[in-house]
Structure formats: C-alpha cells, structure tokens
Design a binder for this molecule. Structure first.
Ligand SMILES: *Cc1c(COP(=O)(O)O)cnc(C)c1O
Length: 425
C-alpha cells in the first residue's frame, strides 16, 4: 500500500511509514492512498471495535506485522463506541468514551502507537509540537504520553480555553510539557509554524500531529464500520459534525472500502465554507475567516481536509454524495433542548449541530434511509452550553472529576519565538 501527495502530479509513491512520519507532504499537499483495499473477511461479526480494527487495518498496513498490529490496536482502542437508538431509523454513535471524552481519542491514540512502532524500529525520536484551542491538545497529550521515543510540547492560549479544557490540558503526563501562552490561539499557531522553519531549531526532530496526518484518518474510518456492524445496518446515511473534515474523510474512506453509505450529511456551525461549496455558492479553496461559536471544536474557516476530499472524489461526486448545512448557535441550543425533551438524550453542542442537520435533511428530502449521527464529545465537557440550553447542570463525569485530584504541570510562555526557542533548546 503506497501513498502520494495531493499536489504531486507524478504521484511519487511513499510507504505508510514515510507518510505517517512526514505528516504534511514537502510540497504542502496531503497524503492519499494509491488504492483503497476492499472490505473482506468477517468484519461484521467482530466482537469489539478493536477486533474489527485489526481485521480492517491489516488490509491497509503491511508494517506493523499482524503480531504487533494486534496488541497495538487493542491497546489504542480499548474503550467502547456504543450505538444508541433514539427512534426507528435514527441512531447516535457515541464517540466520547475515550480518556479525553472526544472522538479525537481514536485517531490520536492509534497514531501515537503507530509512530512509536516506526520510531523504535528506526532508533529515532520525535518532539510533537501542537498548538491547541481545545479537544485536539488533550487527545494528543493523552494519546502520546508515555510513548518512549516521543515527547509532546503543547501550547494553548492562557485564559482562552474553558475550565474543563484547561484541566484536561495541564494535568501532568509523562513526556508532555504544557505551556500557557500569554496570547491568542493565533499566537500559538504562529509560534508553532515559525519553530518548524527556524534554522536554529533545525537539528531538533520536531513533528506535528494534526488532523491532516494519515495516521489519524485511518482509525477514524473504523467506527463507521462498527456502527453498521452493531446496528446490523446494511446501508445507512451518516451525519458528521464537521470542522476540519477529518472525521468525514474517515467516513468516506470506509464507504470507498465498501460500506454502503448512500448519503453523508456534513453538519457545520456558522463556519459555512463546506456547505457553501456543496451548494455551489463557494469556489474551491477560497476560504473565509473563522467565526467563533458554541461548538468551538468545529470553528474552522479553512477546513484542511477539504483538499483531500476534493482530490479523492472530485467536485461533482462530492456534491452528489454529501449534503451539507450550517447551524447557528441559537438553532444549536434549541436542538439540544428538543433532543432532551423528545428522547431524554443530552447532546453536546457539536452533536446537536449534527442532530439539527438530521432534522433538516429528513424534512427536505423525505429520505427514509436509517441515519447514524456521530456524537463527537461528551456533554459534560460543555457545562456552559448545557446550562444555557436546558437550565440544568450536566451530569458529573468520573473521568473529569478524577482530574481534579491529579498533579498539574504548566509553564507560562510569552508569545515570542525567542521564548519558545529558549525552552525547546
Ligand atoms: C474536532 C471536533 C469536531 C470536528 O471534527 P473534524 O474532523 O475537524 O471535522 C467535531 N466535534 C468535536 C467535539 C471535535 O473535537
């Protein structure tokens, strides 16, 4: 199985190992597989997501060999992803039962272990440098912590993440250093970008772990299959609350492997680029600035995986296959409320954006195909939105409560490259 960059017309092939450790291609493109393995074997009869994961990933990866892949996947995917039935033909796939309570745990935990496998083999190490405004940082810190050949350096904007998010970011983890930057998220991103190109840091093995890495995408294809297996669904539409479009790209890969998905629903908040593109209202790659919303993990003006989807499917097929909509903050709160009234189900704001999209899709199209709505985060991570929508306190969540007693590690950092360099060196 070989990979090539979306911007390389010659399609120079690379191994999975090179694509994984490279992250972004040197020409600025994203890695795509040369061919997509078809589903075969007894994946529908798997007893767990991990078992299904091994069965499917062995078709994608020749290295690690099966004897090493199996324990790796079992350790990475050691938490449930239950399919909850809300009503006839409508399911929620809960992707928030991992250690940091968002779907990003699937990708981060698997990618960390795959990277560790290849680095050990090469006798190399890496320093993963991440700027975060929320879920990605804690999933990466948690997923990569304790991997022998990897250290993590995490930057977040001090005072600009929620209390729950901050607690998840600063809890002390082996091999992780966290910096509270006295600036904005853009300052954090700028610091990370300039660190990667700084000549004095060239000798450091800096690397990234953002959602464009192929190592995060493959594991995100697995739970689509697991939903179909759990629900005995021959065919299902999937609704994906989207920002950078990494989750949706995982679903498209699952469908290209052979899962029957007649329609994808791309549910976006007030950041409208992708739905606008699908409706023919926006040009390819002409991205607007980011707008802040309640579903802040989806606040992305320029979705980085758009380039991948565009190359994988082309504009016509994308527009035919994916239905998109944008959901405002008031509509999000109202959908949280209605979902609670109708089903007694507490959805986080990201999931509610998805459920509102489901409601609109069914109303406009009358399509009777069963729908699986992905639930991307636990509502306890967003107590303010829960209070605002429902006037209640979110239920306590043991994994968040336990963090209160754990030691923290965080260092302040002025928003200047020189300061970051001094710490890294
Ligand atoms: C990251 C995130 C999303 C968006 O996923 P993408 O892969 O960036 O489209 C949605 N919901 C939550 C809770 C997230 O953390």
């Amino acid at each position: 199985m070989r990979y090539f960059s979306t911007r390389d017309p010659q399609k120079t092939p690379l191994s999975f190992e090179e694509a994984l450790l490279g992250g972004l291609a040197p020409d600025g493109g994203l890695y795509l597989p040369e061919a997509i393995p078809r589903l075969s074997g007894p994946w529908r009869r798997a007893a767990s997501l991990a078992e299904l994961g091994v069965e499917v990933l062995k078709g994608w990866l020749q290295d690690p060999p099966l004897a090493e892949l199996e324990p790796l996947v079992r350790e990475a995917l050691d938490f449930p992803a239950p399919l909850v039935r809300l009503e006839e033909g409508l399911y929620v796939l809960e992707l928030f039962h991992g250690p940091t309570l968002s779907f990003k745990d699937f990708g981060a935990r698997t990618m960390a272990r795959l990277m560790q496998h290849f680095l050990r083999k090469r006798g190399e190490r890496r320093i993963i440098l991440v700027a975060t405004s929320g879920d990605t940082g804690s999933a990466v810190a948690d997923g990569f912590a304790g991997q022998e050949n990897i250290e993590v350096v995490l930057l977040y904007p001090k005072g600009l993440v929620s209390e729950v998010q901050e607690r998840q970011l600063i809890v002390k983890r082996p091999g992780v250093r966290t910096f509270a930057v006295e600036g904005t998220f853009d300052d954090c991103q700028r610091l990370v970008k300039s660190a990667f190109t700084d000549p004095e840091l060239k000798h450091l093995p800096l690397s990234s772990a953002n959602s464009i890495n192929i190592g995060r995408l493959l594991p995100q294809a697995l739970y689509y299959l697991w939903a179909a297996a759990q629900g005995h669904l021959e065919a299902a539409n999937f609704c994906v609350p989207s920002g950078n479009l990494g989750n949706l790209t995982g679903g498209v890969l699952a469908a290209l492997m052979g899962l029957r998905v007649p329609r994808f629903l791309a549910a976006h908040n007030a950041n409208p680029y992708f739905p606008d593109f699908l409706a023919g209202r926006a040009e390819p790659f002409r991205f607007p600035p980011t707008v802040p919303t309640l579903s802040n993990a989806m606040d992305v003006g320029a979705p980085s995986n758009f380039e991948r989807l565009y190359h994988l499917l082309g504009p016509e097929r994308l527009r035919e296959w994916v239905w998109g909509t944008t959901v405002s903050d008031p509509a999000t709160l109202e959908r949280m409320q209605r979902t609670y009234e109708q089903y007694g189900y507490l959805a986080c704001p990201h999931t509610a954006v998805g459920l509102e999209a489901v409601h609109r899709y069914r109303m406009y199209t009358g399509d009777p195909t069963p729908i699986v709505a992905l639930s991307t985060a636990h509502p306890a991570k967003f107590p303010d939105a829960v209070r605002k929508a429902l006037g209640i306190e979110p239920p306590q969540e043991a994994r968040l409560e336990a963090l209160k007693d754990r030691p923290v590690q965080v260092e302040p950092l002025p928003p200047r490259l020189e300061a970051l360099k001094a710490r890294l060196l």
